[in-house]
Design a protein around this ligand. Structure first.
Ligand SMILES: C[S@@+](CC[C@H](N)C(=O)[O-])C[C@H]1O[C@@H](n2cnc3c(N)ncnc32)[C@H](O)[C@@H]1O
Length: 255
């Protein structure tokens, strides 16, 4: 079975369990967003600066690996025409549930981002790509596909993991934090079958990507980097976030 199929099964399970990344917006949050009062995140806590979006009214937006009913409904409320593409049917169903509840149309596409995106060249004005490329082994084809499906001048908003987080154990107390793995981290090659099975059950198959593959990868695909920030809010769910930023976000423009 391919590693993305394994991640698909894992995401369907997590979505069923209603983990943090799978909890759709409430009717109240959607109603507020319709009145222009909204914020969304590409990472965990820090909100994306509003000027990263530009004017969303009537814009064609692709939510890339962004399902779960969290960000796409807000982008719809802000006036965008949204397509959501994700691997997990469980996550996509949440988008359908919110769309039905709030009475709007969203184009729902089940697809694996490691494959050619099922869209025409230059179809979108903006891609919203929250933390998710940690579930993919090779980023280069994804940056290229993002470049292809964006219009000239189009925006790519991406969230991604600080690779350093894969160097440490999942400790619950500061005195238990240990260095356990050199970078890069690749569960397909670095562990035996039994260890890999435990990893799949706990975290899915995740890969640490260097900043070179994240940032230079976008530049090499043809993007220009316009802005960047670190998600360094202290987060009770992640002890390591007390020590260093666990997530980054970038705004790139198709040149
Ligand atoms: C952390 S969640 C991000 C979405 C979430 N709404 C949020 O708040 O950020 C990661 C998403 O990536 C999707 N995903 C993982 N691997 C994928 C792949 N190969 N192709 C497309 N989507 C993928 C998962 O199904 C999941 O919905």
């Amino acid at each position: 079975m391919s590693y993305t199929k394994i991640n698909e099964t894992t995401w369907n399970r997590w979505s069923n369990q209603g983990i943090r990344w799978s909890q759709p917006v409430t009717p109240e949050t959607f109603a507020k967003a319709k009145r222009g009062d909204w914020d969304i995140s590409l990472t965990t806590q820090v909100f994306v600066p509003k000027n990263w979006f530009g004017d969303l009214q009537g814009k064609k937006v692709l939510g890339l690996a962004s399902a779960g009913g969290q960000q796409c409904p807000i982008l719809v409320a802000a006036g965008a025409e949204v397509t959501i593409m994700d691997l997990s049917i469980g996550q996509l169903e949440k988008e359908a549930v919110v769309a039905e509840r709030e009475g709007y149309h969203i184009n729902i596409v089940k697809s694996d981002m490691t494959e050619t995106f099922p869209f025409e060249d230059e179809e979108f004005d903006l891609i919203f790509h929250p933390v998710s490329n940690c579930f993919v082994a090779d980023l280069e084809p994804i940056w290229k596909e993002c470049y292809r499906v964006l219009k000239p001048g189009g925006r790519l908003l991406s969230g991604f993991c600080n690779p350093e987080l894969y160097m440490f154990n999942n400790a619950s107390k500061p005195e238990e934090i240990r260095l356990i793995h050199p970078l890069p981290y690749n569960p397909l090659t670095d562990f035996n079958d039994e260890e890999r099975q435990t990893i799949i059950e706990d975290d899915g198959l995740q890969f640490s990507h260097s900043l070179e593959t994240q940032i230079r990868g976008q530049l090499q695909a043809g993007f220009l980097l316009k802005d960047f920030y670190e998600d360094f809010n202290k987060d009770a769910d992640y002890l390591l976030s007390t020590y260093f930023p666990l997530f980054f976000a970038s705004l790139a423009i198709k040149f």
